[in-house]
Design a protein. Structure first.
Length: 381
């Protein structure tokens, strides 16, 4: 009898192990469809039966490590093996935390603004619909940085939190994971093609269960962008020379030739005078070098937040030596501000490069847009 019991127990344990192994399917063994991206190079999206796999391949400049996330649909197969993923997200989601203003428009354009429940420094947000939620007390302030209030994030316990590698967030991924918070990395700022940054709305679209909506939003932005650029192909126009940036403590900071900002100036038909300053970030030059090459530039784009040319000249008298200052051809991106002072350019600009490139073309070639007004940019009077 004891021998029979022992055999029965061994058989039962074996059956349990076999069943247990059978209920956990390896995702690598399943068929996945790689969804195409047109411009973005920093993430990948794959679709399976009832689930998605999103991989961030460029979380920060020079990154060699990838981060993968498993997103389970509402009626997903619970037998999937989630080991090896940096985060697992179950759809539908009801509460999320963002940490950069550039991520806020994603929710707005996807009709998912009501998901936001936390953000660092609420005054930076310009979005009208999000500010309405803030006024109602539905979005908690995480302080100057989410890392300073990691305990508050854990208390909120959102379905996921989107972080950027620009700050200290990356060092807190382990703490968030142990606390049960799915933290996903948004590396949009690494993209240098304007439409590449805009395409990251598809990344957010997967995370909120709105891939199709995200694709539709992006395609409309892309069409507007390309249609605006087509105006330059039908005209024979002389490219105006362009200077950019400002000085801080005797150092002039301007967009590197390979950067997002320089790319937009070139796309809009400007002759950027510092194309030899290679790099994806800011170039740092002396005043003398900038004056020598840029003194006669027709336009000066992106000259900080000065209220007037007079104030600009008083703040730094050396600016007065440039023809663009003398002729009043200096433009800055401060036209749209939120009710608490946040600049909409730094919030919506990543997603809407079509608006930026159109503004720049209006500056360089106003004859192409006789009855239209700029959205982000304005002339410093």
């Amino acid at each position: 009898m004891r021998v029979f019991k022992a055999i029965f127990l061994c058989f039962g344990m074996l059956l349990f192990l076999l069943v247990g192994c059978a209920t956990k399917e390896s995702i690598e063994s399943l068929e996945l469809e790689r969804l195409p991206l047109s411009y973005a190079e920093g993430f990948q999206v794959e679709k399976g039966e009832g689930f998605w796999v999103v991989t961030v391949t460029q979380a920060f400049p020079g990154a060699k490590e990838s981060f993968s996330y498993l997103i389970l649909e509402e009626e997903s197969n619970s037998s999937l093996d989630a080991k090896g993923f940096d985060a697992v997200i179950q759809l539908p989601v009801s509460e999320v935390i963002l940490t950069s203003t550039t991520q806020v428009p994603h929710l707005d354009y996807l009709g998912a603004t009501d998901l936001l429940v936390g953000f660092p420094n609420l005054d930076l947000i310009s979005s009208v619909s999000t500010r309405t939620r803030i006024t109602k007390g539905l979005v908690k302030d995480l302080g100057n940085a989410p890392s300073a209030n990691i305990e508050r994030v854990l208390e909120i316990a959102p379905d996921w939190m989107m972080v950027s590698t620009l700050g200290e967030d990356l060092s807190y991924l382990g703490i968030l994971k142990k606390g049960g918070v799915s933290a996903v990395i948004n590396g949009e700022y690494v993209e240098q093609h304007p439409l590449g940054r805009a395409e990251w709305i598809k990344f957010t679209g997967v995370l909120v269960g709105k891939w199709d909506e995200a694709v539709a939003v992006f395609e409309e932005i892309e069409q507007r962008y390309l249609k605006t650029l087509d105006l330059l192909k039908t005209q024979e126009l002389s490219k105006p020379t362009v200077l950019s940036g400002v000085m801080y403590k005797d150092i002039w900071y301007m967009p590197g030739a390979d950067s997002w900002g320089a790319r937009l100036l070139a796309e809009a038909g400007g002759d950027y005078l510092f194309q030899d300053q290679k790099g994806f970030g800011s170039s740092q030059l002396s005043y003398e070098v900038v004056l020598d090459r840029g003194q006669e530039a027709t336009f000066w784009i992106g000259a900080a937040d000065f209220p007037s040319l007079q104030a600009m000249g008083e703040a730094e008298p050396r600016y007065r030596a440039f023809d663009a200052w003398k002729n009043g051809n200096i433009y800055t991106y401060t036209q749209k501000k939120g009710e608490t002072g946040g600049l909409e350019y730094f919030e919506l600009g990543y997603l809407r490069p079509d608006l930026i490139v159109k503004d720049l073309m209006m500056i360089f070639y106003p004859e192409l847009f006789p009855d239209e007004s700029m959205y982000f940019y304005q002339k410093i009077e």
